[in-house]
Structure formats: structure tokens, C-alpha cells
Design a protein around this ligand. Structure first.
Ligand SMILES: Cc1cc2nc3c(=O)[nH]c(=O)nc-3n(C[C@H](O)[C@H](O)[C@H](O)COP(=O)(O)OP(=O)(O)OC[C@H]3O[C@@H](n4cnc5c(N)ncnc54)[C@H](O)[C@@H]3O)c2cc1C
Length: 442
């Protein structure tokens, strides 16, 4: 119960911070948002290729299947402010939404800027302030309770509660430079080491890089940790731990079906991005093997028969021309070369064994993932403030009274489809409401 108007400071005017400020000001608190950029919502502008895929219309119970890290932590806040609540919120704030393929929800206007405008308008109409060009450097605490924040110029701003919404490390040009983790650590919080996620792969093989922009729909991939190099391997390793590690390397970390894209450095697209959520170069610095299957729906023997038939039917054509119906035109030459064969050889001269080998190759094209695009190209950050030290019903710190967390700074992340923004809205809403309700008591 509030006796006096709670004075709430929100650090970061991204998705989670703006929603926290909207919820807190709607609940009657006096709210100030502090943002280091020159404008609010800089990352929102680039989401969904400028259209902002702001949530996903799947059933709330299915939502958690799309969360990669710590889905259980999110149960309370997602149920308290789910995708329906988000759609209603934005419609009432003057930004009606529509649902597209894959249950992805976008503003009707197709402008991400309308999402930010809806939030800032709501906050300001409810008496909240958004101050830009303000970088928070320290949290001020006394006797285990937050008292305010200190800026990079040394000035101090008092508050009954502080909501830390500084985002992760990805696309740091949008302001999420990781400085929030230092603030959390200052308050005694454990911060799980971060890794880029939803990020393109860089391959050792050069041939994919010669096909930038080529998209392959309806393919399957599996991703496997590479064995440690012989020199790194503590040998012989027959301990239980060693056996466990070997077993892990013998198992695919990801298997999926969908669309993959070649890039100037390797592979990307929905399949590769989703696969990256299961890849950790901290756990497996030696890298990963990606197996690409161009014909996942065709049994191997059937594919062999098809390749043999195509080459038999056009004996005078070159291999690449005879086999053309099997793959997109741009891919053919690189693929045949990568399989160790000659694309210009007349079809009749391609040996029986090579025909068979090529057919099998189409279902198991090996690529070596040596790196990812890193934080500059990552859609989200994996890792962050440990959920063990945050109350999932309120988003309040279990260590410091009056300190709250929301958004990507927390150790939660999801796949693409509007799920990461839904996490930002739900955690932000819960944090803002709880801070307003629990602060300002005499
Ligand atoms: C290219 C791209 C496309 C994406 N598209 C989608 C999509 O369509 N759908 C989806 O669900 N998700 C998408 N995401 C992910 C989603 O945008 C993020 O998960 C979400 O924006 C995180 O919100 P946040 O509020 O936690 O952090 P942010 O949006 O990163 O906001 C953090 C804010 O805090 C400020 N800040 C940081 N430190 C300080 C400090 N010390 N003092 C003051 N201010 C500070 C920053 O300047 C920043 O404005 C996309 C991400 C990227 C990079």
C-alpha cells in the first residue's frame, strides 16, 4: 500500500524500461527514466527489420517452449502480462497491431517507431519524465536498501526504487554496452558470463561465402560439438567426467528444419540463428560441425536413384547441367566442387560411385563453425544477472531492497518470433507495478 507517492528511477529507455515506467506511472508513482542515448528506444527502432515484431500470438502455455534460458523464472510475469495484454496495451496506446505468419505480431503501421511513440506518449500522459543523455555510473545503497543513483558527472538523484533495464551487450551501438552488469555487481549480484545468441555463424569453408544472400528454404541442419584437438586432449581420459564430456560431444546440440541463408562470412537465416542459441564457444572453443541436409524429405536410396537417373538421361550435358533440377542454380557449381567432383565433366563420365557419393553428400554437407558474428551481430545476449537472486513474482532483488531488474540484463533469452520483446514487456510491467506498489511506504 502506498502512503506517499513512490519516487521511481528507471535506468534505460529500451523496451523493458519504457514498459516499467508506463506500468509504474499508471499505478500512481512518480517516475523518471534515465537514458544515456540522445533518444529513447534506439534498439526498438531496428527490431523486426524496422517493423518491430513486438510479441507472438502463441498460447501462453506454449510461450515457454520458445525460451532458451530459465523459462521457469518467467512463469509469473508472463502470465501476469501476456501477449494478449501486450496487444491491448499497444492498441489502447494508439498503436494497433496485426498478426502475421508464424503468429508474429507487428504494428499495423509496420513502423517500429510507433511502438516507441506509444510508450513515451503513455508515460508522459501519466506524468512520467524521460531524461536522455544521462549515463548512470553507480547505484547508491544504505543498510541494504537502494537510495538513488549517481551519474557519470558525479551528480546524484534520490529514489525510493531503482529499476535496472540496461539491456545486454548485443548491438552496443544502440546503447546496450554491458554497463548495467557492473551496476548489478556493485549491488552484490552474481552476473552469469555473457555470450552472443541468435547470431550468424562464421564457417571455415570459403564456398558458402561466395554465395551471399542465397536462401535455402525447407532444409534441415544438425549441429555437433567438434572433438577436442589431439594436443588439447588430456589423454587417456577414461574418468567418469571424461566419459560424460565425450558423450556430450557425440550428441547434436541442435536439430532443426527451415530456412538457411549464406552470408559473406558463413551462414545465417532463421535456422542458423536458432541453432546459435545452443552453441557455446565457452564450453566448446574448438567449434562445431554443422551438417546441412538439402533434401530432408527424400529417403537416401530414392535420392541416389534420382541423381543416377538425371545423369543417365542427359549423358552429353555437363554434370552441373544434368543435375541442375536438384538445387538452386547459384549453388550447383560450389556444391559439386565442395563434394570434390568436377562440375564440367560430361554426365556420362561421372562414375557410378561418385553419383552415389554426391547424392549422399546432398543430405550431409559438412560445414565447420569456427566462430559466431559476436555481440555486434547478435540479436540477444545469453547470460546476465542470475535469476536465483531475483524474486520472480516482483522482479525485486533478493539482496537489495528497492532494486528491481527487467529485460535482457536478466539471464533469460528466447528464440526469434517476438519472444524476446515479450520478455522485456512482461518483466518490465511486473517490475514497474511492484516497485510502485512496494515503494513509498512510510
Ligand atoms: C537487430 C535486432 C532485431 C531485433 N528484433 C526483435 C524482434 O523483432 N522481436 C523481438 O522480440 N526481439 C527482437 N530483438 C531483441 C530485443 O530487441 C531485445 O531483447 C530487447 O530490446 C531488450 O530490451 P531491453 O529493454 O532489455 O534492452 P535495450 O533495448 O537494449 O535497452 C537498454 C537501454 O539502456 C540504456 N543504458 C544502458 N546502460 C545505461 C546506463 N548506464 N545509463 C543509462 N542508460 C543506459 C541503453 O542506452 C538502452 O537504451 C532484436 C534485437 C536486435 C539487436
Amino acid at each position: 500500500m502506498m502512503n506517499k507517492k513512490a519516487n521511481i528511477l528507471v535506468i534505460g529507455a529500451g523496451a523493458s524500461g519504457l514498459m516499467a515506467a508506463a506500468a509504474a506511472s499508471a499505478a500512481g508513482a512518480s517516475v523518471t527514466v534515465l537514458e544515456q542515448n540522445e533518444k529513447a528506444g534506439k534498439k526498438i527502432y531496428i527490431t523486426g527489420k524496422g517493423r518491430c515484431n513486438l510479441t507472438n500470438d502463441c498460447a501462453t502455455s506454449d510461450f515457454f517452449d520458445h525460451v532458451v534460458t530459465n523459462p521457469k523464472f518467467l512463469y509469473h510475469c508472463i502470465h501476469a502480462f501476456d501477449h494478449e495484454a501486450v496487444k491491448t496495451f499497444f492498441a489502447q496506446a494508439g498503436c494497433p497491431v496485426k498478426t502475421e505468419r508464424g503468429e508474429r505480431v507487428f504494428p499495423v503501421s509496420d513502423h517500429a517507431s510507433d511502438v516507441t511513440k506509444a510508450l513515451t506518449r503513455t508515460i508522459q500522459a501519466q506524468g512520467g519524465r524521460i531524461l536522455t543523455g544521462r549515463t548512470c555510473r553507480h547505484l547508491q545503497m544504505e543498510n541494504g536498501k537502494i537510495t538513488g543513483i549517481r551519474f557519470n558527472d558525479g551528480s546524484f538523484l534520490a529514489g525510493d526504487a531503482v529499476i535496472l533495464c540496461t539491456g545486454g551487450r548485443s548491438y552496443s551501438s544502440t546503447g546496450s554496452d554491458g554497463s548495467g552488469y557492473l551496476l548489478a555487481q556493485e549491488a552484490g549480484h552474481t552476473v552469469i558470463p555473457q555470450e552472443p545468441s541468435l547470431v550468424p555463424f562464421i564457417t571455415k569453408e570459403n564456398w558458402p561465402t561466395r554465395l551471399p544472400g542465397l536462401s535455402l528454404p525447407n532444409v534441415a541442419v544438425s549441429v555437433w560439438p567438434l572433438p577436442r584437438s589431439v594436443s588439447d586432449r588430456p589423454c587417456p581420459d577414461s574418468s567418469a567426467d571424461g566419459r560424460k564430456q565425450k558423450k556430450r560431444r557425440d550428441r547434436a546440440v541442435y536439430e532443426g528444419f527451415g530456412e538457411m541463408l549464406f552470408t559473406q562470412q558463413g551462414v545465417s537465416g532463421p535456422l542458423a540463428l536458432t541453432a546459435s542459441t545452443r552453441v557455446s564457444f565457452r564450453d566448446h572453443p574448438e567449434g562445431y560441425r554443422l551438417m546441412l541436409n538439402l533434401k530432408p524429405a527424400v529417403p537416401a536410396e530414392e535420392l541416389i536413384a534420382r541423381v543416377c537417373m538425371l545423369l543417365r538421361e542427359a549423358p552429353d550435358k555437363s554434370f552441373i547441367h544434368a543435375a541442375a533440377p536438384l538445387f538452386p542454380a547459384r549453388l550447383g557449381r560450389e556444391l559439386i566442387l565442395a563434394a570434390g567432383l568436377d562440375p564440367d565433366l560430361p554426365a556420362r563420365e561421372v562414375q557410378e560411385g561418385d553419383r552415389r557419393r554426391f547424392a549422399l553428400y546432398l543430405q550431409a554437407i559438412p560445414l565447420t563453425i569456427v566462430r559466431t558474428g559476436g555481440f555486434p551481430e547478435a540479436v540477444v545476449t545469453r547470460g546476465g544477472v542470475s535469476v536465483k537472486e531475483i524474486n520472480p513474482s516482483t522482479m525485486e532483488s533478493k539482496l537489495v531492497k528497492g532494486l528491481y531488474f527487467a529485460g535482457e540484463i536478466i539471464d533469460v533469452d528466447a528464440v526469434t518470433g517476438g519472444f524476446n520483446l515479450q520478455i522485456a514487456w512482461s518483466t518490465g510491467h511486473t517490475a514497474g507495478l511492484s516497485a510502485a506498489q512496494n515503494s513509498g511506504e512510510e
